[in-house]
Design a protein around this ligand. Sequence first.
Ligand code: GAP
Length: 475
Amino acid sequence: MALTNLDPILSLSKRRGFVFQSSEIYGGLNGCWDYGPLGVELLRNVKEAWWKAMTFRDDIEGIDASILMHPRVWDASGHTAQFSDPMIDNKTSKSRHRADNLIEDFIDRLRKKGKNNDADRIAVRLSAVEELSDYHAIIMEEQIPDPVSGTTDWTEVRNFNLMFKTFLGPVADDSAAIYLRPETAQGIFVNFKNVMDSARQKPPFGIAQIGKSFRNEINTKNFLFRTREFEQMEMQFFIKPGSETEWFEYWREQRWQWFLSLGMKSDSLRRKPHEKLAHYAAAAEDIEYLFPFGWGEIEGIHSRTDFDLGKHQEFSGKKLEYVDTVTGERYTPYVIETAVGASRSFMAFLCNAFDEEETSGEDGKTDKRTVLRFHPYLAPLKVAVFPLVNKDGMPEKATALYNDLQKNFKATYDTSGAVGRRYRRQDEIGTPFCVTIDGQTLTDDTVTIRERDTMQQVRLPISNVKPYLLEKLAL
Ligand code: GAP
């Protein structure tokens, strides 16, 4: 069942403890979210799957750099001067908007009303924007109204830098100003030489990192899609200049396959090559997911030449080169970057897993079940253990099995209600396996294992449950 809006995801997330609004009891904090007991497991599993795919190999090392970095880092990377979005205010409502989003939303509204010619014309104008004044011209000439006041009483369009500023130490003046990192990548670039030397690597090799990033987005939207605090999983692969086409192809395929290997439906994914490349970039492509609100980027794969290491050499005065001690060959490596949002892909995996289906209930009547069809590796809980009834020695057998399974898997134990209802509760949070201890268990030490997607049950000796699950849950 394809989702047409985010409401079922939002409601399930809150009800079952995947995601809560940040500081909810104080009315929430815009663009910030908290992961609940199940959400934190899913997020950890997404990150673990990425970490395994990226670093369980000879040519990629992991790091964990600090969030606060020397302010010159952001001068070198271009973020101080250029990491901004076009912002416009409505003078009547005082509401603030990203100018490009305001125009895009207007185009969407025109399409919904069937005014496709107007929508196409404005979309062409938007794609040709080169300066801030071009946004302003579109908004004024197309009479785009403020969604809050309905007026076209707009200010000029200005640049708004997205980095969160704070101060290092007790003096809050500009000489102490630093930023929360807006991407994890720079922590990798500045550590390029440290990692290459200490891990005895040489190009081609990569550095991977998972961590929080912060962007003071003008408008946050669509749940976890655009937030002000989020997690990224980035990898920079350092290569010999001249090999960038080959490595770009390699990484775009690897990253595409990663999503498929974790159960992402192929018709919900697409590749989107960038139409406009940054002046230093040799190639760039996004992987997009079809969210209920439309296609949205979840990962970018970028061929960035020696731009980043070159800039850090220029600004720091330190050499960031590879030198072959035998041949004397030296060069500043080129970089292929893979940059994926952990929180954004969390949301994509959640939407991808969501399903509602008609099924026949335990009593033979038609029933509706909500099921999260996560890849077993991603599922927050791996197995639920139930005694069929809460007596006759079944709870003792069930708790013994549960305690044993907990040593290997995130498991849960449930005794309340009919078994059919207990299955439904686990389906709704995506638990791939449910084990039931019943009357037969007491006589022959076998149990049933019910599989979430097929709802089929197999009967196994208790001693085989753990090996069975280990095999099914391996990545
Ligand atoms: N170092 C390159 C870089 O940061 P990006 O396209 O700006 O590239 C990479 O970000 C990924 O980070 C995006 O594809 C998205 O998944 C995630 N991301 C970026 N901004 C985000 C935000 N405001 N909220 C949630 N995820 C975000």
